[in-house]
Design a protein around this ligand. Structure first.
Ligand SMILES: Nc1nc2c(c(=O)[nH]1)N[C@H]1C(S)=C(S)[C@@H](COP(=O)(O)O)O[C@H]1N2
Ligand SMILES: [Mo]
Length: 213
C-alpha cells in the first residue's frame, strides 16, 4: 500500500509551515504595526548618523543625498512579528549594514548596537546580529519606495530576528561596548528575539541573554 499523494493545496500549506517559525501564521496582505504615530519625515533635514564607540572616536552623518550614493543590495526575506503574523518573501532593497560597518568601523570592544528611530523608538541587538549578511537599511520593498506607514525613508531589516528589532524611520546607529535594552526590550520583550527559538518575552531569557531588567 502506498499513501495517496496529498492534494496540491495541502502540500503548499506544508511547505509554508516549514518556513514558519513556531506559533506564526501568514496573514492576508501586509499589516502595518507600530507604537505611536507615523512621523512626517522631511528629506531636506533628514540624516542618518553612526555614533558611539566608533574605532576612531568620531561619528559620521549622511544626509539623504549622500545616503543615496551608498551602494545598494537586494535581499528576499520573511518578516516575523512577535504578535504572530509572518509576511513571506519580501524583496528589500537598501544599504547593507556591512557597508555602514565598513564606512564607520566600530571600536574592537563593541558588542552591541542600538538602532534609533524617530520619536525615540529604539532596538538593541548584538553586533553580530546587526552585521548579518542579510541585514540592511531598506529604502524599497518589492520594487517600490517604502511608504510612510512601512517606515519611509529608511527602515532596518534583520530577517533572522523578530521584526520589532527592525526600526522603521531609522535615524541613527549607536555602537555600544556594553549591551543596553531598547524600547520593547525594556518593556517585557526578549533581548535576543530569535523567532526560531520563540524568544518572545524577557521572562524567557537565560542568564547572559541580556542586561538586568
Ligand atoms: N519606529 C518603529 N519601528 C518599528 C515599530 C515601531 O513601533 N516603531 N514596530 C516594529 C514591529 S513590532 C513590527 S512587527 C514591524 C512592523 O512593520 P510593518 O508595519 O511594516 O509591517 O515594525 C517594527 N518597527
Ligand atoms: Mo511586531
Amino acid at each position: 500500500m502506498t499513501t495517496p499523494p496529498s492534494p496540491a493545496s495541502e502540500r503548499t500549506a506544508d511547505a509554508a509551515a516549514e518556513r514558519l517559525p513556531p506559533g506564526q501564521y501568514v496573514p492576508r496582505g501586509w499589516p502595518v504595526l507600530h507604537y505611536g504615530r507615523v512621523p512626517d519625515v522631511d528629506l531636506a533635514s533628514w540624516d542618518l548618523t553612526v555614533w558611539g564607540a566608533t574605532a576612531d572616536g568620531s561619528s559620521r552623518r549622511w544626509d539623504w543625498a549622500a545616503f543615496g550614493r551608498l551602494p545598494r543590495t537586494e535581499i528576499t526575506a520573511d518578516l516575523h512579528c512577535v504578535t504572530k503574523f509572518s509576511v513571506l518573501d519580501n524583496a528589500w532593497t537598501g544599504v547593507s549594514t556591512a557597508v555602514l560597518l565598513r564606512e564607520v568601523p566600530p571600536a574592537p570592544s563593541v558588542t552591541s548596537v542600538v538602532v534609533w528611530a524617530e520619536y525615540g523608538y529604539s532596538a538593541n541587538m548584538r553586533l553580530e546580529d546587526f552585521a548579518s549578511p542579510q541585514a540592511l537599511l531598506a529604502t524599497a520593498h518589492d520594487g517600490d519606495p517604502l511608504t510612510a506607514d512601512h517606515g519611509a525613508p529608511v527602515r532596518l531589516v534583520v530577517p533572522h530576528l523578530y521584526a520589532w528589532k527592525g526600526p522603521k524611520w531609522v535615524r541613527s546607529v549607536e555602537y555600544l561596548v556594553e549591551d543596553r535594552r531598547g524600547f520593547w526590550e525594556e518593556r517585557g520583550y526578549h533581548n535576543r528575539a530569535d523567532p526560531w527559538r520563540e524568544q518572545r518575552y524577557s521572562y524567557q531569557e537565560d542568564p547572559g541573554d541580556g542586561p538586568a531588567l
